[in-house]
Design a protein around this ligand. Structure first.
Ligand SMILES: Cc1cc2nc3c(=O)[nH]c(=O)nc-3n(C[C@H](O)[C@H](O)[C@H](O)COP(=O)(O)OP(=O)(O)OC[C@H]3O[C@@H](n4cnc5c(N)ncnc54)[C@H](O)[C@@H]3O)c2cc1C
Length: 568
């Protein structure tokens, strides 16, 4: 069972910092929100490591946006809805595709430099897009965006970025309104409190739940876990996107081989040298990500799988994909002349903190955007290169929507924080329900089901006294083996039982980053496995061997999870 807080705290003993806007996370969603909010007030950005450490920095392919005159937001909308496999919130998708071009224009004016052909922006194509609409900065688009946003923040006197500040938990007042966060300073382990009139979580995804992932070390879903502990609703956690093509060499990390390689004509071949994708989908290599990932998983049962770009011309390939070329070269692989061994890896967290189209969570005072949030825009399967756009569009909307609330909200004081002892996690583990698309008002109609009655399946991996690093390694292996690309009831129940048992052994005081991350991963792993167990169908990125088909009417519903909190 989850707790309300990771660690005890007493506000009277802790330093307190006050600000107008508190943004947690320094990726595209956090920094863009911070820049927009700085037009109105003082902004403090908290980030777990260095400012550049984010998923954003690693993004390769680019941003999907309907800027080409032969393209249109409507076509972008259709492609997004098709990839989302019936679970996208159509009104939110409309917002993404219609507001996207203006936000990308602002990003360019902030200094992000995208590739051009004869003075015009160059577009490339990625899987499941009907048009070439991906703008890019070679194959290191995220690094260019991150660089531009960091530079812009450095030039904005109203923004200060506090590095190595790890948010542990959300603080509320006695009325249950979010008024601040409890943080841990990375080098010293000391606790601190930040209070703000508006708080935005842009803490990114949780790819690090899995043994094989393209995500960096920071992606442990801390913000989503903290929001859950505070009583916030989470949505669609069963949908984890596995990228089809990560480098698969024994000595190398799962470095992403961008979808743009297939967009430019790269082909997938199996150990017999056969191009297999046309057997699985009419769009071949450019089928939706979930389809390609499962096809590769299937082919991997019989031998290795490779991505072949050699027919595109060695020099052209090396010029078009310089970062991928450099990284593969480190392992003795020349992508201009050799095929690339690949395998799927956990890549993008579709589920997260439930928000409306203004980024409002179900906890008053708390907003969320980017990969940490789940506003329904990606449905069951994110369309390639839609996530950077998501961060821009919904970060901007948070600021536009919250201004009135910000003006009517006072500066909070530490005396207003409800003390540690005042919180009580309500009996029963959690509320798990189904909510139809759109709108929080409908949540009361949810069919509440308890998952406490899950059958216990024996698992001898539960041991006492594991260190945090070992626990994290075990969680990642368990999630990969039991809650990965292909799931079924038995494997999911095994995972839930193991994670639950481990969670109950967790320490009550957290002294280091690894302990915090282990606790967050244990909690999120259990919630992901539970949501996957509940969704007895296959849809988008969620594939159940025991329920291999879409099941309407489950299909139009989201799995909602919430821990019930009382404040005395
Ligand atoms: C290898 C790779 C390639 C990709 N390529 C593309 C692409 O081409 N196009 C596309 O659209 N998307 C791509 N994606 C996905 C995209 O990069 C991410 O979804 C997007 O960057 C998420 O942005 P964000 O701001 O929400 O989160 P992030 O960029 O991950 O930022 C999260 C921030 O939160 C901070 N944080 C986390 N926890 C805490 C805590 N407890 N306390 C304080 N701070 C915290 C982190 O340090 C970080 O600064 C790719 C992802 C990867 C991994």
């Amino acid at each position: 069972m989850a707790k309300r807080f990771l660690t005890r705290f007493n506000p009277a003993d802790l330093a307190v910092i006050q600000t107008d806007f508190l943004v947690v996370g320094s990726g595209i969603a956090g920094l863009f929100t911070a820049l927009k909010a700085s037009d109105y007030g003082v902004v403090t950005v908290l980030t777990k490591q260095g400012t550049m450490d984010s998923n954003t920095d690693l993004a390769q392919g680019g941003i999907a946006v309907a800027l080409d005159e032969r393209d249109s937001p409507q076509l972008h909308r259709e492609d997004t809805l098709t990839a989302g496999a019936g679970l996208c919130d159509e009104s939110v998708v409309e917002i993404l595709v219609n507001e996207g071009p203006a936000r990308v224009g602002e990003l360019i004016r902030m200094g992000a430099d995208f590739d051009k052909v004869e003075g015009n922006i160059a577009f490339t194509r990625e899987a499941a897009h009907s048009h070439a609409r991906i703008i890019h900065a070679s194959d290191a688009t995220g690094n260019e965006i991150q660089r531009a946003l960091v530079r812009q923040c450095q030039c904005t006197s109203k923004i200060s970025v506090h590095e190595n500040s790890i948010v542990l938990d959300i603080l509320t007042n006695r009325k249950g309104r979010c008024i601040g966060v409890l943080t841990m300073d990375r080098p010293s382990g000391s606790l601190r409190i930040y209070l703000a009139r508006i708080i935005v979580f842009a803490t990114g995804g949780a790819g690090r739940l899995y043994q094989n992932t393209t995500n960096p070390a920071i992606a442990t879903g801390d913000g989503v876990a903290a929001a859950y502990r505070a009583g916030c609703q989470l949505m669609d956690l069963e949908f984890m996107q596995f990228h089809p093509t990560a480098l698969s060499l024994p000595e190398a990390p799962r470095f992403l081989i961008s979808e743009a390689v297939r967009g430019e004509g790269g082909l997938l071949i199996n150990s017999r040298g056969e191009r297999f994708m046309p057997r699985y989908h009419v769009q071949g290599e450019l089928a939706p990500r979930d389809v390609v990932a499962r096809a590769i998983w299937q082919e991997l049962q019989e031998g290795s799988v490779y991505l072949d770009a050699t027919h595109l011309g060695a020099d052209w390939v090396r010029r078009r994909f310089p970062s991928i070329t450099r990284t593969c070269m480190k392992y003795g692989l020349d992508i201009g002349t050799q095929v690339i061994p690949i395998a799927p890896a956990a890549h993008y967290t579709m589920g997260g903190i439930r928000t409306d189209s203004c980024g409002r969570t179900t906890l008053p005072g708390l907003y969320a955007c980017g990969e940490a949030a789940c506003n329904g825009v990606h449905g069951a399967n994110r369309l390639a290169s839609n996530s950077l756009l998501d961060g821009l569009v919904f970060g901007d909307r948070i600021v536009r929507c919250c201004i009135e609330e910000w003006m009517n909200t006072p500066f909070w004081t530490k005396e207003q924080i409800a003390p540690f002892e005042a919180y009580e996690v309500e009996g029963g583990n959690q509320a798990v329900g189904w909510a139809p698309q759109c709108g929080f008002q409908e949540i009361s109609q949810q069919e509440i089901s308890q998952v406490d009655q899950l059958p216990i399946i024996g698992d001898d991996r539960v041991k006492d006294g594991l260190g945090a690093a070992e626990t994290i390694g075990n969680i990642q292996k368990l999630m990969w083996d039991q809650v990965g690309l292909v799931r079924e009831a038995e494997s999911l129940v095994t995972a839930i039982n193991w994670l639950d048992a481990e969670e109950n052994k967790n320490p009550s005081q957290f002294k280091g980053v690894a302990q915090v991350e282990a606790a967050n991963l244990l909690l999120l792993g259990r919630l992901v496995a539970t949501a996957a167990w509940l969704r007895r169908e296959s849809r988008g990125a969620h594939f159940r061997k025991d329920f291999p088909r879409l099941q309407e009417p489950i299909g139009k519903n989201h799995v909602i999870m919430q821990q019930r909190i009382n404040i005395k």
